[in-house]
Design a protein around this ligand. Structure first.
Ligand code: KIV
Length: 284
C-alpha cells in the first residue's frame, strides 16, 4: 500500500485552498511570492479530475500540451492543436470553481507571430474560459509575450527543457548546465521584464533554479528543478502512478495503475461468475 497523501491542514491561505471562495488570480500568486509561500500546480484535462484537485485546494491547474501524450497517446507534445486542447480546457474550467486554469499554447499556435499568439490565446479564453496561457521559450518569444500582456492576457513562461523543442535538444535532457545556465538566467529576466506572472523551469540543475528563483520577483514553478522553486508542478498521471516509465524527478504518491488493475479484474471476475450485478444493483 502506498503511504497516504500528506495532510494540508497546516497551511491553507488565500492562495493555497482558495479560502476566499473565488478563483485564484495573478495578484494572489504575486502575493504568495512576497510571503515566501510555496504552492502546488498540477495538470488537469477533464472535469471530474479537476473537481477533485480543486476541492483539495490546488490553486493553479495547467491544461498542458502533455495532453498529447497522456490523453491522446502520442509520443511527444508536438501533434496536438488548439482545437484538441480547447475542449479539455473548457472541461477543466467547468469542473473547478477556485483554481486558476492555465491553458498551454501548443506547438505551432504562437511561434509564427505575436498576432498568431494573440489569436490562439483569445480562443482559449473566449471558447474555453481559460484564465491565463503558458508558452515555451525565452528571448525569442518576447514579442509574443509582450503582445499578450498588452492585450490583458496573463502569461506563464516555460524555460529549460521545453518539450516542444525536443527535436532541437535531441531528446528529453537536462538543460542549463554550464554556460547555458547564463542564457537561461537572461531568458528568465527578459520574460519577467516582458510581464510574465510566473515561469516554469523544467529539468534544470537545482542550483541554477535556486539562483533564478532568487533573481526573479515573479514565482518560479519547478518540474525537475530542485527544491528552491516557489512552486512545483507535476503531471497528474505521474504523481498518481499511472505513467509507465516516469522521469527521475517524479514522485509517485499513489499506485493508480495498480488499483485500477485490481478493480477492473474484480469487475471482470464478478461478471463471469454472476456475482455482479446483485439485487441491489437491479431494478424491479
Ligand atoms: O504540458 C505540460 O504538462 C507542462 C508541464 C509539465 C509544465 O508543460
Amino acid at each position: 500500500m502506498m503511504s497516504s497523501v500528506p495532510s494540508m491542514s497546516g497551511s491553507p491561505t488565500a492562495l493555497y485552498g482558495g479560502q476566499t471562495g473565488r478563483r485564484v488570480t495573478v495578484r494572489d500568486i504575486a502575493a504568495a511570492k512576497e510571503r515566501g509561500e510555496r504552492w502546488p500546480m498540477v495538470t488537469a484535462y477533464d472535469a471530474m479530475t479537476a473537481r477533485v484537485f480543486d476541492e483539495a485546494g490546488i490553486p493553479v491547474m495547467l491544461v498542458g500540451d502533455s495532453a498529447a501524450m497522456v490523453v491522446y497517446g502520442y509520443d511527444s507534445t508536438l501533434p496536438v492543436s488548439v482545437d484538441d486542447l480547447i475542449p479539455l480546457t473548457a472541461a477543466v474550467v467547468r469542473g473547478s470553481s477556485r483554481a486558476m486554469v492555465v491553458a498551454d499554447l501548443p506547438f505551432g499556435s504562437y511561434q509564427s507571430s505575436p498576432q498568431q499568439a494573440l489569436e490562439s490565446a483569445a480562443r482559449f479564453m473566449k471558447e474555453a474560459g481559460a484564465h491565463a496561457v503558458k508558452l515555451e521559450g525565452g528571448r525569442r518569444t518576447l514579442p509574443q509575450v509582450e503582445t499578450l500582456v498588452a492585450a490583458g492576457v496573463p502569461v506563464m513562461g516555460h524555460l529549460g527543457l521545453t518539450p516542444q523543442s525536443v527535436n532541437v535538444f535531441g531528446g528529453y535532457r537536462v538543460q542549463g548546465r554550464g554556460q547555458s545556465g547564463d542564457e537561461l538566467m537572461a531568458d528568465a529576466k527578459a520574460l519577467e521584464h516582458a510581464g510574465v506572472f510566473a515561469v516554469v523551469l523544467e529539468c534544470v540543475p537545482a542550483e541554477l533554479a535556486e539562483r533564478v528563483t532568487a533573481a526573479l520577483s515573479v514565482p518560479t514553478i519547478g518540474i525537475g528543478a530542485g527544491p528552491s522553486c516557489d512552486a512545483q508542478v507535476l503531471v497528474w498521471q505521474d504523481l498518481m502512478g499511472l505513467t509507465q516509465r516516469p522521469a527521475k524527478f517524479v514522485k509517485k504518491y499513489f499506485d493508480l495503475a495498480g488499483e485500477m488493475d485490481h478493480a477492473v479484474r474484480a469487475f471482470a471476475d464478478e461478471v463471469a461468475t454472476g456475482v455482479f450485478p446483485a439485487p441491489e444493483h437491479s431494478y424491479r
